[in-house]
Design a protein around this ligand. Structure first.
Ligand code: CO8
Length: 372
């Protein structure tokens, strides 16, 4: 069995930013148009008016201040309320593969690795651009990586679940190194017309290089252990799928985009995540007090504060549990990886950190890391 490490991470940040003020302005103009068009039905009590959104609510309820997106004009057009993404011919690289290649190259460059040293690509994200061929194989081809490629989806826990898959492949000797990419293009499957969730997500792509510890320089993060759990819930769901056409569904049906019971998720997932991390650490003879930093899933600031308090018995500082959701919003599986990417340089030798994601499924994944 080989010892395994995360030797580098990579990040692709989309070119466009939408501030909360811009988002709320577009939403409120949309609400006004809708309410004007349906004024008679609203007055007759046959329809409820679309309520307005507010920057204050968004910042207080979530901690999110802005989000990056691949295309913003369509999102901010009150007559459209979804990004304008151009379809590409089969002869061109797909959008999802394109951003994954950029994040993947960043990770390879930071590790000083050539594609020839990598034996597999896992594309792990909350949504795939198409059914087949696997996105990972297109990414593998574009990067010039040999071996295998496959896609996997565990919603917000896709990246941590992929770390376990990659770590097992490296540990067993099946691969020398595996590149994980998390192209999270959330904007096409977010309900921008729903004020309860229109502020939640942003687009991004992260990459993680998992390899044999002996092949990496000192200063990388050894993977001491990974732990995954799932428990079925309908509280976060998206019913879009390949059967909707045969079911004669209207593509605009609300359940064909992201929907959730946010309060229920909050209440149910926080204790699950805190006890998951506690038991994972205990299995490695560690306690939360031994952990220098928690790189938590970035869905909601209050959620992370609650998990931090449950683990540490006090308020977690930004140094204990760094926050990136103010800048990126919820980027599904990429959130905890961005937190790690941005906040690990100051680790000293032998300090321990935990990456933990939680989300739809429910699914929770953690990786305990020690700096070498
Ligand atoms: N502006 C003004 N008021 C608002 C707005 C708004 N935009 N939205 C809601 N309100 C109102 C509500 O209508 C409600 O009014 P009332 O009290 O009169 O009913 C009031 O404000 C309070 O609303 P909530 O109870 O909904 O507010 P919360 O304090 O619970 O905050 C949150 C809402 C932020 C959604 C919060 O519940 C939360 O963050 N929960 C956890 C969510 C979470 O982590 N979800 C995980 C989802 S991600 C995931 O797992 C991956 C999915 C795959 C990726 C999909 C990509 C698209």
């Amino acid at each position: 069995m080989h010892r395994v490490c995360i030797s580098s991470t990579g990040l692709f940040t989309p070119p466009h930013v939408i501030s909360n003020a811009e988002l709320v302005d577009a939403f409120n103009r949309f609400a006004e148009l809708e309410n004007t068009a349906n004024a008679a039905d609203i007055a007759a009590g046959k329809r409820t008016a679309v309520p307005s959104s507010s920057v204050e609510f968004i910042e207080k309820a979530s901690g999110i201040q802005q989000r990056y997106v691949l295309e913003k004009s369509g999102v901010l057009d009150p007559t459209r309320m979804r990004p304008r993404l151009a379809s590409r011919p089969d002869s061109e690289i797909s959008l999802m593969a394109d951003i994954a290649v950029q994040a993947g190259r960043d990770a390879l460059k930071r590790a000083g690795k050539k594609p020839a040293a990598v034996d597999g690509v896992i594309c792990a994200a909350a949504n795939m651009q198409r059914a087949y061929p696997a996105m990972a194989i297109e990414i593998q081809h574009a990067l010039g990586i040999g071996g295998f490629g496959f896609d996997m989806n565990v919603a917000c826990s896709s990246a941590t679940f992929a770390i376990e898959m990659a770590a097992n492949a490296v540990k067993s000797g099946a691969a020398r190194a595996v590149l994980i990419v998390n192209p999270e293009i959330t904007s096409p499957h977010l309900a921008w017309k729903d004020r309860d969730c229109h502020f939640i997500f942003g687009d991004v792509c992260t990459a993680i290089l998992v390899e044999r510890l002996v092949d990496a320089p000192v200063g990388v993060f050894e993977v001491l252990g990974t732990k995954l759990v799932t428990s079925f819930s309908n509280a976060i769901r998206n019913n879009a799928g390949f059967m909707t056409r045969s079911e004669d569904r209207d593509p605009d049906d609300r359940d064909l985009l992201f929907y959730q019971e946010g309060r229920k998720v909050f209440k149910e997932v926080c204790p699950m995540a805190a006890s998951h991390i506690g038991s994972h650490l205990a299995s490695l003879d560690l306690t939360p007090g031994d952990v220098r930093r928690f790189w938590l899933h970035q869905a909601n600031l209050a959620m992370n504060q609650l998990i931090g308090r449950k683990l540490l018995g006090r308020d977690a500082t930004p140094d204990d549990a760094p926050v990136i959701l103010n800048e990126f919003a919820n980027t599904a599986s990429a959130g905890s990886i961005i937190a790690f990417h941005r906040h690990h340089d100051d680790f000293r030798k032998d300090e321990v950190g935990v990456i933990c994601s939680f989300g739809a499924g429910y699914s929770i994944g953690s990786a305990v890391l020690r700096r070498t």
